[in-house]
Design a protein around this ligand. Structure first.
Ligand code: S3P
Length: 423
């Protein structure tokens, strides 16, 4: 009998929500307890930066205790702050540091220092911060001379981005007057939901969010829901391995993140959602997936893209095993993620005998080719490494990855969880 996945698993906390939980707890007025915090290196980078800004953060058994210093209690760091591989950390922290009455420098690993930062430097400078970056203010390291007298702005983003939106909204908490951010499409709204949960005066209208000056954030306790981006690898694997039947417990089901469920369902996957409830302003539930035999290609473009931006590499794996053609478009943002994810997936899937074409802002995958074995490259990118691993699990021929170490950026338990589902 061929391989299939069976059983029930729970996943580590959502990476995006975990970053925000660490940040809001650090800026709150008291002691916060956070359990099931994301366990990857990215979330550790946020913890380490806030510790270097004077916040006491400790782990007791499975719970993180974060003693908030209040919105105005951060201290000037004595050294450079390192965001590691984490775009969310550097971009959101730049927003906060822009509003502090001190100097700080943010940097990251060899991948992060090549990611574009003008998109945050421009609006935060308009608010009154002084920020300098490498290569004519495009790349980190970022030197930030904060200003405790920021002014609110009305800013339109060219690309939907939760990192940029959150960076401006967090600076807006400190700014005089009103700050409004408008996106072309709605990106993940965890920052807005968290702020609402903490009673921050925030208003959403269409794709615009408005915030005003805030004095205090209350402390809170939170049990972070499982990460739908991590769940996606198992959802695709269970869909492709036909006798599979799995239940993934307590996953975040925020609409701005569930595009992958809509796409896989349209491709013919058997996915159902159970036990949906609310946790601190976020919908959470269990995902039940059964294997199928007849996935078909689909077109993915427009406003669904921000709802599945991190899942496109694993969606290309599903498309490779589907019948017919899948077209992915309007996803040029993929080129400035942890790696150029369009180029990475096209190059590596070609080595595995998949018929796939690169376009400027996406790719075209003609499903149905018989995969062959190949040694593949992961480009130091966790989502490329996990997507190619799932390809290997679902292909009769397997794959060999050049390096698995990037996986610990978001999901150190990835292989352990596969084992739990395959015994
Ligand atoms: C994130 C936002 C997205 C996403 C990233 C996490 C966040 O990035 O790709 O993995 O937590 O805000 P962009 O804001 O650049 O789209």
């Amino acid at each position: 009998m061929s391989l299939f996945l069976k059983g029930e698993i729970s996943l580590p906390g959502d990476k995006s929500i975990s970053h925000r939980a660490i940040i809001f707890a650090s800026l709150s007025d008291g002691m916060c307890k956070v359990s099931n915090l994301g366990s990857g290196r990215d979330n550790r980078s946020t913890i380490s930066i806030l510790r270097n800004l004077g916040v006491t953060i400790k782990k007791q058994a499975d719970t993180w205790l974060i003693k908030g210093v209040g919105l105005r209690g951060l201290k000037e760091p004595t050294n450079t702050l390192n965001a590691g591989n984490s775009g969310t950390t550097i971009r959101i922290m730049t927003g906060i540091l822009s509003a502090q009455p001190f100097f700080s420098v943010l940097t990251g690993d060899k991948y992060l220092v090549k990611r574009p930062m003008k998109r945050i430097i421009e609006p935060l400078s308009m608010m009154g911060a002084k920020i300098y970056g490498r290569a004519n203010n495009e790349y980190p390291p970022l030197a930030i001379l904060g200003n405790n007298n920021l002014k609110g702005i009305d800013y339109k983003l060219k690309v939907a981005s939760a990192q940029v939106k959150s960076s401006i909204l967090l600076a807006g908490l400190y700014a005089d007057g009103i700050t409004t951010v408008t996106e072309p499409y709605l990106s993940r709204d965890h920052t807005e939901r968290f702020m609402k949960y903490l009673n921050v005066p925030i208003r959403q209208e269409g794709f615009s969010t408005t915030i005003t000056y805030t004095e205090h954030l209350p402390s809170f306790d939170l049990d972070v829901c499982g990460d739908i981006s991590s769940a996606s690898f198992f959802i695709v694997a269970a869909t492709l391995l036909k006798d599979s039947d799995i239940l993934i417990k307590n996953v975040g089901l925020n609409k701005t993140r569930t595009g992958i469920l809509d796409v896989l369902t349209a491709m013919g996957a058997d996915i159902s959602l159970l036990n949906i409830h609310n946790r601190c302003g976020e919908p959470v539930g269990d995902i039940h997936v059964k294997g199928v035999t007849n996935l078909r290609g689909v077109t993915i473009n427009g406003d669904i893209i921000p709802r599945l931006i991190d899942e496109i590499p694993i969606i290309t794996v599903a498309a490779a095993f589907a019948e017919g053609t899948t077209v992915i478009d309007d996803a040029a943002e993929l080129r400035v993620k942890e790696s150029d994810r369009i180029k990475a997936m096209v190059t590596e899937l070609k080595k595995l005998n998949i018929n796939i074409e690169e376009t400027e802002s996406g790719m075209i995958i003609h499903g149905g080719n018989i995969p062959k074995f190949a040694k593949v490259k992961t480009y130091g990118d966790h989502r490329i490494a996990m997507s190619l691993s799932i390809f290997g699990l679902c292909s009769a021929k397997g794959v060999e990855l050049d390096d698995k170490s990037s996986i610990s950026v978001s999901f150190p338990q990835f292989f352990e969880k596969i084992k739990e589902l395959t015994v």
